[in-house]
Write a protein that binds this ligand. Structure first.
Ligand code: FES
Length: 105
């Protein structure tokens, strides 16, 4: 049996790929590209800014995109995916996108 429930997060869920793949495979992974720390920084920023209950930051396994650089970030409910360099500037851009939603136009 399944039940449909309303998300407890008022604005958005942000998925951040934190998959760590053994470099010897020759295939990149978001976690090795800084995704793990990026997710932690985002979670900390959400808490510090009082956005708990508004924005949910969720680490995921491989989202099957596996960029050579950066990590995959996906915004829901819009289903908008981005490849993000794990820098403080991009962290701020992700937070602003999560708060404000997609740009018009
Ligand atoms: S490792 Fe992140 S999308 Fe595959």
């Amino acid at each position: 049996m399944q039940r449909v429930v309303k998300s407890p997060y008022a604005l958005r869920q942000v998925l951040v790929c934190t998959n760590l793949r053994d470099p010897s495979t020759g295939k990149p992974s978001c976690g090795m590209n800084g995704g793990v720390a990026f997710r932690e920084h985002l979670k900390k920023a959400v808490k510090e800014r009082g956005l708990k209950g508004q924005v949910m930051i969720t680490g995921t396994s491989c989202m099957d995109f596996c960029p050579a650089q950066g990590c995959v970030v996906a915004f829901y409910p819009e289903n908008e995916w981005r490849i993000v360099d794990p820098t403080p500037e991009e962290e701020e851009a992700v937070l602003q996108r999560a708060i404000r939603g997609p740009e018009e136009g």
